[in-house]
Design a protein around this ligand. Structure first.
Ligand SMILES: [Ca+2]
Ligand SMILES: [Ca+2]
Length: 236
């Protein structure tokens, strides 16, 4: 009798181990919908479009996402459906968090498309200060994303942002490096820009100082002459 109980107990514990191992496996293998929000550059007062992209789709029928953004810097003007998921139901109220949803009550087949599922149009507020303003998506409950078997799909989201740069009106004419004074170092900075590109040396203004319609090394030389000889070389 004692032996039988002992054997049953060890069988019971073995079963527990198997069950917990299975549930760990199924949790690890839960389907994941990957969503990446675009990052764009803008100036205060600009209107920008930000795409919400699905980059990996295990198959879904119902998707409900909430978009969080900074209302102090951004005003949501509208949202356009990307047309790759089921029927879109977007909120009429353009405030944060903004709700995007797609579903088809009769759908029995998963949608597996990837690409832009929505495009949000933001106005960058005129008084927005320089900085990166996150645009992130999240779900509110486990049932916000479902597949055709009505099984929850997890969301893996990467936030994007609207990067607000200093507006051209704020920059002093000729102050290409943005340190609030016009010196020979601005000519050097502009020369570096023409040599090494805008990524390393971004410009805060037009910089066509000689006014010939192009921004190139001639403008760096012209700016240098301006710092040396003043009004004989007026900036355009
Ligand atoms: Ca400067
Ligand atoms: Ca020029």
């Amino acid at each position: 009798m004692y032996k039988i109980v002992k054997r049953s107990l060890s069988l019971f514990f073995a079963l527990c181990l198997i069950i917990s191992a299975v549930s760990v496996v199924s949790a690890a293998e839960a389907d994941v919908l990957s969503v990446v929000v675009e990052t764009v550059n803008a100036k205060a007062g600009d209107t920008v479009d930000v795409d919400i992209n699905v980059t990996a789709n295990p198959g879904v029928t119902v998707v409900r996402l909430y978009v969080d953004y900074d209302e102090n810097a951004l005003t949501l003007l509208g949202a356009e459906d990307g047309g790759i998921l089921n029927e879109a139901m977007f909120s009429d109220e353009f405030s944060s968090p903004y709700c995007l949803a797609w579903f088809d009550a009769l759908s029995t087949e998963n949608v597996t498309a990837t690409g832009a599922i929505a495009t949000l149009r933001f106005k960058v507020n005129a008084d927005a200060v320089e900085g990166a303003y996150n645009v992130s998506v999240y779900t509110d409950s486990d049932n916000d994303i479902l597949n055709a078997d009505l099984v929850p799909v997890q969301l893996e989201a990467v936030a994007g942002s609207v990067n607000v740069e200093a507006s051209a009106e704020d920059a002093i004419l000729g102050d290409a490096d943005g340190n609030d004074s016009v010196t020979a170092s601005d000519a050097v900075y502009l020369m570096y820009h023409t040599l090494y590109g805008a990524e390393q040396y971004p410009l805060n203004q037009e910089c066509d100082f000689d006014g010939d319609g192009d921004v190139d090394s001639d403008d760096a030389v012209y700016l240098l002459y301006h710092t040396l000889f003043g009004e004989a070389y007026p900036l355009h």
